[in-house]
Design a protein around this ligand. Structure first.
Ligand code: UDP
Length: 238
């Protein structure tokens, strides 16, 4: 597999073409941003952890019947993935209140829900990724009704699988963000990444935050938290 020209550089990853038009190479960086790019920094070794963690979790999801873009890990920071057209939605599933949910509705962080919630944001940096409901996203043709149903079904199933797995690791899956894409034939698959950048992961015993909130909120020990959560994953994902 030949790595060809860079197609795109995002906040945390670079994407390259390959000699196969159906496949891309993703290269994970240590760069970290928060608050729509306003806060910038770097988390040493993050790219390696996010690459390896996302790949392990996606392979687990595949085994559970959820189609993903994962093809093959190429190196510490590089993975071969299926080329998709990204559906411009951030799909957020929550098990406990935190972050923007707590702020928006005045609910204390850590309050558990009777059942998981789902919400969408319109992926659009200029607009600041606004919250969007299903009728609005259908109105502006971000996805079809059938695609939204598939995305919701997969997102809740991802939550079931990951929540149970993280529980085995002594980690509470508080919430997370997913992105989905369309293959050339229109099939919806899970894309992007699943990592401490995109999930809230709390130590089940102490409640200690083991995710990007340590960076967002200047809590310190960011690298150690990423390393700790990766260590636990490896221990239980033999
Ligand atoms: N999230 C993300 N990218 C975003 C926004 C949110 O990966 O652009 C993740 C975030 O890490 C958390 C979940 O989605 O696990 C819910 O985030 P929330 O809506 O509470 O927003 P935040 O408080 O991070 O602004």
């Amino acid at each position: 597999m030949q790595k060809l020209e860079q197609l795109y550089e995002g906040k945390a990853k670079r994407v390259y073409a390959t000699d196969d038009p159906e496949l891309l190479i993703v290269d994970y960086k240590d760069d970290a941003t928060a608050f729509n790019g306003v806060k910038k920094g770097s988390i040493a070794g993050k790219g390696i952890i996010n690459n390896q963690m996302s790949n392990r979790l996606m392979q687990r999801l595949e085994r559970e019947g959820i189609p993903t873009h994962f093809v093959q890990e190429l190196s510490e920071r590089e993975t071969l993935v299926k080329r998709v057209q990204i559906v411009p939605l951030e799909v957020i599933v929550r098990n406990l209140a935190a972050g923007s949910f707590s702020k928006r509705y005045g609910v204390p962080e850590g309050q558990p829900f009777d059942r998981p919630t789902i919400e969408f944001s319109y992926k659009n940096d200029e607009l600041g990724d606004p919250l969007i409901n299903t009728s609005h996203l259908l109105a502006i043709h971000l996805a079809t009704e059938e695609e939204v149903e598939t995305i919701k079904r997969y997102a809740f199933r991802v939550n079931e699988v990951l929540r149970a797995f993280w529980a085995q690791c002594g980690v509470t899956l508080v919430d997370f963000k997913l992105e989905f894409g369309r293959l050339a034939d229109g099939t919806i698959i899970l894309a992007d990444e699943i990592s401490p950048d995109t999930c809230r992961l709390w130590d089940s015993a102490t409640g200690k935050k083991l995710d990007k909130d340590r960076f967002r909120r200047d809590l310190g020990g960011v690298e150690d938290a990423y390393t700790e959560v990766m260590r636990r994953l490896c221990e239980h994902d033999a």
